[in-house]
Design a protein around this ligand. Sequence first.
Ligand code: OFO
Length: 183
Amino acid sequence: MNTNRLSPGLQSALNSQMTKEAHASQIYLSYASWADDLGYAGVANFLFRHAQEERNHMMKLLEYILQRGGKVKIEAIPAPPPDPTNIQNCFEKVFEHEVDNTAAVYKLVKMSFDEEDWATWNFMQWFVKEQTEEETLALNLLDKIKIAGGAKATGDALYTLDRDLEKQPDDAVLAQEKTAEKP
Ligand code: OFO
């Protein structure tokens, strides 16, 4: 009797996404270490927290595959890309990474839709919302560095930005959560 409720294609795609989230966690860990080494403790703290979020995403996928009677395959995690060249470049790389992950999430949504696997389609909606949040968070970072002077930001501006990020929440507020009272 087959108790695996995932098709072979979806099982393999969900496993790949799980590794992709683990890779994302490694990327944030490496950028956080880079930032800390340069003395940007606030940026580092923000990125370290985010590395943990990505690991949680990995676990969420792992648990889902198991719940559906599927087979989890733990694979090698690719090395993170080279260190950023400056804080602006770091935030650009974060944004590009999030957009790339969104594309992978959308592929899974499409696959589950095409297969009429509504359980997986429904499960993936959480990731769609999460990616919108993470892209927003990354765009906010880019806005902040732009205001601080972009690649030419001075020591003072970078210091303030760094202090600011220490307190930055892990999640961005999405448009659908805004109200007239709380714009
Ligand atoms: Fe897992 O959300 Fe970012 O990459």
